[in-house]
Design a protein around this ligand. Structure first.
Ligand code: SF4
Length: 467
């Protein structure tokens, strides 16, 4: 999905920019970058972070940088921020999200006379497309609004100009942007970020969630509303279930609190006899703690993560690297596993291959008596079309089950979506059998929505319902 961070200050902001951008490292593993505007003008630095983490790649760069406004980005696809010379003057852009009609837009823009550089490995950089679309407007705000209108998918953008930073959330607020204010009154400064959890350790307090489609201009003097929020809101539910950082808050709703509530709902609907509950690190832990709270079972760690040097296993693009990372980073604790009936909570089951071949195997190999898997959301049936996703429809565990049960691909799996239907039960049992576990029970969608706490019509539920 990617993450973006921006800061406006009356003093040199580079250290805050460096650490604030780094606090988005869980949202991408391929590329990182920062751009600043200072007394010497614009400066940017962008590196691949596929072989080394953001901090180690940028530590030397940031010590040489100086500026009072800055933006940064972590991404899986697009090296950014980029700097542009335009009819609006010089500006830098960082954009998080997905442009699903990229080919169409590139052709349109080429026909209008635009030209694009080519990224290493081919393709056009999303930030270049965003900038070309902004340049269609009569001013930056109009340009940002028309850019969002032209894009299918979802883009949140930061535009760094000499006037300040324009911060624009995507049209329906699918992904977050929050604003923080410096607690130190001597140096007035504002930050804006995908992850509000980045603020506190940097000395900022969260003061505002941007609404869907809202555009503001941040300067050291304050926050100026440039375009009010729109009426339609469809916030990504998966932020709370998996993608977001546990200490973060979106729409005023805590990620960790939501995960605990998911676990409590899972426990309330369960009648399994077990000895302990555990979570698959990291994103299954909050759900498992909630399960322990709701069931009274002790929370114990059957798997621990070897943290130094490992990111999330879903983000590297190649499946074999994802599998290798997942194998290496999770270590079994035999003392806790042996002879026990174990409830294992995870955020979700995507393909199921890592869960089956790595986690479940490690638990059986270390003497588990029973394994009861409890994912904190219903079966994923559709790949995300609003953020970069490594999954395809055919890879999803639910779709593999349907293919095996029906003997062919089913375009519209509507009969399998109803949790009361026989077909749904057959699909779950096929996945359980394939995973080689004692039992499998998913969180119901109503419970997931209740755990988040927003009305269903304000949430994106496409992963589960296809709409
Ligand atoms: Fe989030 Fe899924 Fe919607 Fe994508 S499709 S925005 S991951 S809920």
């Amino acid at each position: 999905m990617g993450g973006i961070f921006g800061i406006v200050s009356s003093e040199n902001c580079v250290q805050t920019l460096f650490y604030g951008t780094d606090y988005h490292s869980h949202l991408g593993t391929e590329s990182g970058g920062m751009a600043v505007l200072g007394a010497k003008g614009f400066y940017k630095t962008v590196h691949s972070i596929s072989q080394a983490q953001f901090k180690s790649r940028f530590i030397d760069d940031y010590k040489k940088m100086e500026g009072y406004f800055g933006i940064g980005a972590i991404d899986d696809e697009t090296p950014q921020p980029l700097i542009f010379h335009s009819k609006f003057g010089v500006y830098a852009v960082a954009a998080a999200g997905l442009i699903s009609n990229k080919d169409k837009l590139v052709n349109e823009l080429l026909n209008e006379g635009a030209s694009f550089g080519e990224m290493a490995g081919g393709g056009v950089n999303n930030a270049e497309i965003v900038a070309c679309l902004i340049n269609r407007g009569n001013n930056i705000v109009e340009g940002i609004a028309s850019m969002r209108g032209a894009i299918e998918g979802s883009i949140c953008a930061l535009v760094l100009t000499a006037d300040g930073i324009y911060a624009a959330r995507d049209k329906v607020g699918r992904f977050p942007l929050s604003i923080g204010m410096n607690k130190n009154q001597k140096c007035k400064s504002y930050v804006v970020a995908t992850e509000a959890s980045s603020f506190e350790n940097l000395g900022y307090e969260l003061i505002q969630f941007l609404g869907p489609g809202e555009i503001v201009l941040l300067t050291p003097k304050g926050i100026k509303l440039m375009k009010p929020e729109g009426a339609e809101k469809k916030v990504c539910s998966f932020l709370w279930i998996y993608t977001g950082y546990p200490s973060s808050t979106y729409e005023g709703i805590s990620v960790e609190g939501t995960r605990e509530r998911c676990g409590i709902y899972l426990a309330k609907r369960d009648n399994v006899q077990a000895d302990l509950v555990s979570g698959i690190p990291d994103s299954g832990v909050g759900h498992a703690i909630g399960y322990a709270m709701g069931s009274g079972l002790p929370y114990r760690r059957v798997l621990v993560k070897y943290t130094p040097g490992y990111g999330r296993s879903y983000t590297p693009p190649a499946q074999e690297i994802r599998d290798l990372v997942a194998t290496m980073k999770l270590c079994a604790v035999r003392e806790v596993i042996k002879g026990n009936r174990i409830v294992v909570c995870d955020d979700s089951i995507v393909r199921g291959t890592q869960l089956k071949n790595l986690t479940v195997k490690k638990l059986w190999d270390n003497g588990a008596k029973e394994i009861h898997i409890r994912p904190a959301c219903p079966p994923l049936m559709f790949p995300c079309i609003y953020a970069s996703s490594t999954r395809t429809t055919g890879e999803l565990a639910g779709r593999k089950a349907i293919r095996a049960l029906e003997g062919k691909e089913i375009e519209d799996p509507v009969e399998y979506l109803d949790p009361q239907s026989t077909k749904h039960a057959q699909m779950i049992d096929w996945i359980r059998h394939d995973l080689n576990v004692t039992s499998l029970k998913y969180l119901a969608i109503e419970d997931m929505i209740a755990a988040i706490g927003l009305p269903a019509d304000q949430l994106c539920l496409h992963c589960w319902l296809g709409k």
